[in-house]
Design a protein around this ligand. Structure first.
Ligand SMILES: *Cc1c(COP(=O)(O)O)cnc(C)c1O
Length: 360
C-alpha cells in the first residue's frame, strides 16, 4: 500500500502505531480471548480500560482532583444543549463569544434555553480574527462565559485562555484539545468531541469542576445531566466502549511521545511550515485568517485562481494527500494537521504545493 497523508477535519487521522495496536489486539485483548467490542462494559477487562484511559488523560492535561472527567455520547452538539440545561436557568444571562461557525451553532442552541448575550463577534471581518478581550461586552451576572478555542472551519484559534474572573469559563475544545498544555483550573467546563484529536467518533469528553455538578434544571433529560454521568463514573448506560479503548491508546501514544508539551512544539513546527509555504507563494495561495489567530490545527487556504481548485485536489490525491477540500460553507482548501499528522505529511503537502504552483 502506498503512503498517504490524511488531512481530514474529522473524523481524522489517528496515529499509525495506535491503529497497529488495535489490529494486533482485535481478536484477543490482553489474553482475554475477546475483542474489546465484545466485552461487558461492567466487566473487569473494560473497567481496566476505562480507568487507564481516564488516568492517562488526567496525567496528560494535569487535571486537578476537583474535576470530573466524563466519557459522554452525542458529540459536541449534545453539550451545546447540556450546558445551558445544567448551568443556567431560563432567565439566566449566559455569555458567548462568537468566533465562527461552531460558536454560532452553540449560541443558536443556547438561545432555546437561556438569555444569550453575545459579548463579541468576528463577523465584521468575515470571521478571520479573535475580538480583543478588552472589548467584550459581558453581562453583570452571567451563569457562564462560553467560547470555542479553535474554529475548525474558519481556522481561527485562541492563543491564550480568556480571563472570566469568577464566572465559570466554558470551552468547546473539540478540535484543539491535547494540542498544547492547559491550565485546567482556569475552566469550569471543557468539552470535546473525540473525532478530531482524540479518537473515533461517537465519544465526547468533558472535564467539569465538581461544584458545577448537580445543578441541572427540572425537566433535563436524565442522559443530559452531567451529574448523572459523574455519579456513575461514565457508566450510567452503555458507553461507546470501543471508542474509549482507542482513545486510551491515543493517550498512551501521547504520553510515550513526550505529552502535550512535545505535541505543542511539533504542532508549531508543522503549522509554521504550512503557513510559510502559503505566505511565500507570491499570492498563488492565501490564508484569510489574521496572523495572530491562525490555527495550528486547521489551516484554510485558497488558490488565487479558483479555476485551478479541481486540478489541485486531483494532483494532491494522486500524491497521496487526501481530504484537502475546504468546508462547503467556505470553499477552497483546508489542511487539518492534528497531533496524529506527522511532520513528514506536512512536508509532503508543502512540496506538492510548491511544485503545483511552479507548474502553472
Ligand atoms: C466538529 C466540531 C463540533 C461538532 O462535533 P459533533 O461531534 O459532530 O457534535 C463542534 N465544535 C467544534 C469546534 C468542532 O470542531
Amino acid at each position: 500500500m502506498t503512503q498517504v497523508y490524511n488531512f481530514s477535519s474529522g473524523p481524522a487521522v489517528l496515529p499509525r502505531d495506535v491503529l497497529l495496536t488495535v489490529q494486533a489486539e482485535m481478536t484477543d485483548w490482553h489474553g482475554s480471548g475477546m475483542c474489546v467490542m465484545e466485552m461487558s462494559h461492567r466487566g473487569k477487562e473494560f473497567t481496566q480500560i476505562i480507568h487507564e484511559a481516564e488516568a492517562d488523560f488526567r496525567k496528560l492535561l494535569n487535571i486537578p482532583a476537583n474535576y470530573k472527567v466524563l466519557f459522554l455520547q452525542g458529540g459536541a452538539h449534545f453539550n451545546f444543549s447540556m450546558l445551558p440545561l445544567n448551568l443556567a436557568t431560563e432567565s439566566s444571562a449566559v455569555d458567548y463569544v462568537d468566533t465562527g461557525h461552531w460558536s454560532r451553532i452553540a449560541i443558536k442552541e443556547a438561545r432555546r434555553y437561556a438569555k444569550v448575550n453575545v459579548v463579541a463577534s468576528n463577523e465584521d471581518r468575515n470571521g478571520t480574527y479573535v475580538p480583543d478581550e478588552a472589548s467584550w461586552k459581558r453581562s453583570d451576572n452571567a451563569a457562564y462565559l462560553h467560547y470555542c478555542s479553535n474554529e475548525t472551519i474558519g481556522g481561527v484559534e485562541f492563543q491564550h485562555t480568556p480571563d472570566s474572573g469568577d464566572v465559570p469559563l466554558v470551552c468547546d475544545m473539540s478540535s484543539n484539545i491535547l494540542s498544547r498544555p492547559l491550565d485546567i483550573a482556569r475552566y469550569g467546563l471543557i468539552y470535546a468531541g473525540a473525532q478530531k484529536n482524540i479518537g473515533p467518533s461517537g465519544m465526547t469528553l468533558a472535564i467539569i469542576r465538581e461544584d458545577l455538578l448537580g445543578k441541572a434544571r427540572a425537566g433535563t433529560p436524565t442522559m443530559m445531566d452531567y451529574q448523572v454521568h459523574a455519579a456513575a463514573d461514565s457508566l450510567y448506560n452503555t458507553p461507546p466502549t470501543f471508542a474509549i479503548y482507542v482513545a486510551g491508546l491515543v493517550f498512551k501514544w501521547l504520553l510515550n511521545n513526550g505529552g502535550v508539551g512535545a505535541m505543542e512544539a511539533r504542532n508549531i513546527e508543522k503549522a509554521s511550515l504550512l503557513y510559510e509555504t502559503i505566505d511565500n507563494s507570491n499570492g498563488f495561495y492565501n490564508c484569510p485568517v489574521e496572523r495572530p489567530f491562525r490555527s495550528r490545527m486547521n489551516v484554510p487556504f485558497r488558490l488565487a485562481d479558483e479555476a485551478l481548485d479541481d486540478a489541485f485536489l486531483e494532483g494532491a490525491q494522486a500524491h497521496g494527500l487526501l481530504q484537502l477540500k475546504g468546508h462547503r460553507s467556505v470553499g477552497g482548501m483546508r489542511a487539518s494537521i492534528y497531533n496524529a499528522m506527522p511532520l513528514e505529511g506536512v512536508r509532503a503537502l508543502t512540496e506538492f504545493m510548491r511544485d503545483f504552483a511552479r507548474s502553472k
